[in-house]
Design a protein around this ligand. Structure first.
Ligand code: HEC
Length: 196
């Protein structure tokens, strides 16, 4: 396996001399801040690319942004950091890449409750240190991805979508559950898992 220099630097910096009594690594706050600083700039990039593509090509022509560009940006960041980074949802379009694990399901359900209780979806996030067994721990971080108006072009109610788009979504995603959203809901989350 090729280990990126950045990963080595992070591991060297993150390997703590000892965990605090409550199990919290002393530099957890720094690791969390670094995780957010690295991963969060992706989000406006994807939304911006989406808006530009929908404006230029219409929703059906913009599908490659969510289908190719967003996963490519995530892949580049995985390679650069060595962390697991993906997009997950309770109502997936692409179950092969977007299916949440048990911890992610709990956070996504909680995100929906928090949004229903009035928390701004763009501010909703969660983090935890997870014991992975064998003395290994990971830092997990999730940030809600709210539905901006542009997202409804492809994730809104089925009857609001053009026929072309409905057709290509049905062809490429026979198990699509990512329809029927309204603006300001939690569409899913960006999810990061990194070794501590
Ligand atoms: C042009 C159509 C289109 C638009 C607009 C769009 N998406 Fe998507 N979205 C897709 C497609 C297609 C996929 C499946 C991608 C794949 O195959 O990995 C997807 C997948 C996703 C996923 C991954 C989880 C899953 O369900 O598979 C998330 C999260 C997501 N979209 C959020 C958004 C958000 C947030 C917006 C608005 C900023 C948005 N999308 C706008 C077409 C679109």
């Amino acid at each position: 396996m090729k280990i990126s220099p950045l990963l080595l630097i992070s591991l060297a910096r993150l390997s703590p001399p000892g965990f605090a009594q409550d199990g919290t690594p002393p530099d957890l706050a720094a690791a969390l801040a670094e995780t957010k600083k690295t991963a969060l700039p992706l989000l406006p990039k994807v939304v911006g690319a989406m808006q530009a593509a929908v404006a230029a090509k219409g929703a059906a022509g913009a599908i490659p942004v969510c289908r190719v560009e967003a996963p490519t940006l995530l892949q580049a960041m995985r390679q650069q950091t060595g962390w697991e980074i993906r997009r997950v949802s309770l109502k997936m379009r692409n179950p092969a890449t977007g299916t949440p694990d048990a911890w992610e399901v709990r956070q996504l359900a909680d995100f929906n409750i928090r949004a229903a209780n009035g928390e701004k979806p763009e501010q909703i996030e969660a983090s935890a240190v997870i014991d992975e067994g064998g003395g290994k721990r990971s830092l997990r971080y999730m940030k809600a991805l709210p539905t901006a108006p542009v997202c409804l072009q492809c994730h809104g109610p089925a009857e609001s979508l053009g026929e072309d788009l409905r057709h290509s979504l049905a062809r490429d995603y026979p198990d699509d559950r990512a329809l029927g959203y309204a603006a300001g809901q939690v569409r899913g989350a960006l999810s990061v898992r990194r070794p501590l």
